[in-house]
Write a protein that binds this ligand. Structure first.
Ligand SMILES: [Zn+2]
Ligand SMILES: [Zn+2]
Length: 336
């Protein structure tokens, strides 16, 4: 099959022929109908990872092959899946939190091939049917939406809370959507880039802040009349967490969603004296996929505005490189 293959740090992806996946027990093979390009793939491609890897973890498609013991899954069904393959029997897999499984393997996150390809391998246990009103390529949005939902769970947002979201990339936008959905009073989104702030408004932000125009803390207080109850950090670059600690209110909740892969300096006493509750979150649980699909089926959320481009697999290497530079893209979906 054709796939966009990682060639090593600093080199563009290349379209190559690679072996098709074969399903083991409890596994399915999907023909990929859509796969989102994710910022974390761009980050991964800047790490010294082995060449030959196929990324792509935000996908939906059609079942084309089933392994043994997959329950009632059949070829032809349109589905999406967590890109995570666990052991299926440990405490975490049983609890629906496969991302915490000690033997976790990730499709598109190494070592299992991802969906920048014609076919992808998934776990039947982590697979969900798409509702009829959701086109297959839009099913690729379920994964990034589930990231935002899991982050909002982590913040334990209650109706009437005032929420600050730092960063309006796809993760910040998904978090914005769910924070609003959770009944927050103000959902204020801070981002340096104007078109991202506009997108945040469309995804449910009640107000936006340009951190380039002045300090975020006072700007938030002018809007909400007080400091935030919950701050969700969706940037993941060094220094942001310390800024969050400095502007947070006593006993408020801080959720760390941004993926920072380098050392970052914090001054713990700032968080300590305020008794901040800091929650790190990663991925999502099975229930986050289920809830997201339910809300999409009932058209109670509309994230389609996040999709800014649809491309073919052959266009992926160039599109991937283009996303390293500032652009007006949000979510680019590849349709192999
Ligand atoms: Zn992603
Ligand atoms: Zn497990």
């Amino acid at each position: 099959m054709r796939a966009a293959v990682f060639q090593g740090k600093g080199k563009p992806l290349a379209i190559e022929d690679v072996p098709e996946p074969t399903p083991g027990p409890g596994e399915l093979v999907l023909k990929v109908g859509g796969c989102g390009i994710c910022g974390s793939d761009l980050h991964m491609s800047e790490q010294p990872l082995p060449a030959g890897m196929v990324m792509g973890h935000e996908f939906a498609g059609e079942i084309v092959e089933t392994g043994r013991d997959v329950g009632d899954w059949k070829s032809g069904e349109r589905v999406c899946a967590l890109p995570l393959l666990g052991c299926g029997s440990c405490h975490w897999c049983s609890a629906g939190a496969v991302h915490l499984c000690p033997t976790l393997r990730g499709a598109g996150l190494g070592p299992v091939g991802g969906a920048y390809a014609e076919y992808v391998l998934v776990s039947a246990r982590e697979t969900f049917r798409l509702p009829e009103n959701l086109p297959t390529h839009e099913g690729a949005l379920v994964e990034p939406l589930a990231v935002g939902l899991h982050a909002v769970h982590g913040g334990r947002i209650r109706p009437g809370d005032d929420v600050l979201i730092i960063g309006a990339g796809p993760v910040g936008l998904a978090t914005t959507l769910w924070a609003r959905h959770a009944g927050a009073r103000e959902v204020v989104v801070s981002d340096f880039v104007e078109h991202r702030r506009e997108m945040a408004g469309r995804m449910g932000a009640t107000q936006v802040i340009d951190p380039g125009a002045g300090e975020v803390g006072p700007a938030f207080e002018r809007i909400a009349g007080r400091k935030p109850d919950v701050i969700l950090e969706c940037v993941g670059v060094p220094g942001v967490l310390q800024q969050v600690f400095e502007l947070a209110a006593p006993r408020s909740r801080v959720v760390v969603v941004g993926v920072c892969m380098v050392p970052d300096t914090i001054v713990p006493v700032i968080a300590l004296t305020k008794e901040l509750q800091v929650q790190f979150v990663a991925f999502y649980e099975r229930r986050d996929f289920g809830h997201t699909l339910h809300m999409l089926r009932d058209e109670r959320i509309d994230p389609r505005g996040m999709i800014t481009d649809l491309i073919e697999l052959e266009q992926l290497p160039a599109a991937f490189e283009a996303l390293r530079r500032p652009s007006t893209q949000c979510k680019v979906i590849v349709r192999p």
